[in-house]
Design a protein around this ligand. Structure first.
Ligand code: ACM
Length: 278
């Protein structure tokens, strides 16, 4: 059911030390609890927020992976109880055939859904298994919440499928390194008329002689009209928040006679075929 009221959305932008899972969880929790008022309806943490991102080998991903109900679930559950929020965060999930770059959506003591990233970025393709299930849309007290992870954003079909399934808010745990993500997500919000909540990290990782990865920060909350309601810095670990009304994302009408979801013409959307001359 859609709640028509205003809700508070919180992003934690952190700077994890690779492999220091407990330390990284402690600093996320401090950032949240150090706020004057930590209560929230939705808290979104970055992709792989407690492990770090630049894994060197499959063995490393395996060593830091967890079952769905492992330490990260328990941590997110604690954050949920401390804030009152639905909490979303990224974690390497141990699956029967390998490790996914995953995300958990947790409310109090319940795992609402888990997601295995569908579009793996660059070296992730050697380290993780690809998700094989559709991107999830989950019922929450404030309406339908969609989830995608970082590079999924560059596939317009991903967020479109979440919006077509009724999501009004999309949680987007990320580790952005490409500079055009923040701008690009404004368009994704507009073209789907949904709220997007991108939680990114900051800092640099340069492990095992690999080229350094610099994470660009700029976590942001964007409205269905493309307004940036809150944006974090490029370099600081910090919290950002905004008040949003998810029900504003229900209508896809942008002019009296233009509901751009109702007006879609999927039967015409196919790769262009060149007309053969006889
Ligand atoms: C990314 O998908 N972490 C860039």
């Amino acid at each position: 059911m859609q709640n028509s009221g205003s809700i508070r959305v919180t992003i934690v932008q952190n700077n994890p030390d690779f492999g220091q899972v407990e330390k990284n969880m402690t600093s996320v929790e401090s950032l949240i609890l150090d706020q004057k008022d930590p209560t929230s309806n939705l808290v979104v943490l970055p992709e792989l927020f407690a492990t770090g991102y630049q894994f060197l080998t499959k063995k490393e991903t395996s060593d830091l992976s967890e079952p769905e109900d492992g330490p990260t679930f328990k941590f997110l559950s604690r954050l949920s109880r401390e804030t009152g929020a639905v909490v979303v965060g990224g974690v390497p999930i141990r699956r029967p055939d390998g490790v996914s770059n995953g995300a958990l959506v947790v409310s109090k003591d319940r795992l609402l859904v888990s997601y295995d990233k569908v579009h793996l970025f660059d070296r992730e393709r050697d380290l993780f298994i690809e998700g094989r299930s559709p991107l999830p849309v989950v019922e929450t007290p404030f309406g339908l919440l969609g989830v995608m992870i970082c590079f999924d954003w560059l596939f317009p079909e991903a967020l479109r499928s979440l919006a077509l399934s009724g999501a009004t808010v999309v949680a987007h745990p990320s580790n952005w390194v490409l500079p055009f993500g923040p701008q690009g997500m404004i368009l994704r919000s507009v073209e789907n008329r949904v709220f997007t909540v991108t939680a990114n990290r900051v800092g640099t990782e340069a492990r095992g002689g690999l080229p350094p990865l610099r994470y660009i920060g700029e976590s942001q909350i964007v409205s269905p009209k493309g307004e940036v309601l809150a944006r974090a810095s490029q370099s600081e670990a910090q919290i950002i928040t905004a008040a949003i009304r998810p029900s504003e994302a229900l209508s896809k009408k942008v002019a009296e006679r233009s509901d751009f979801f109702a007006q879609r013409r999927p039967e015409l959307y196919h790769p262009g075929l060149s007309k053969k001359e006889d």
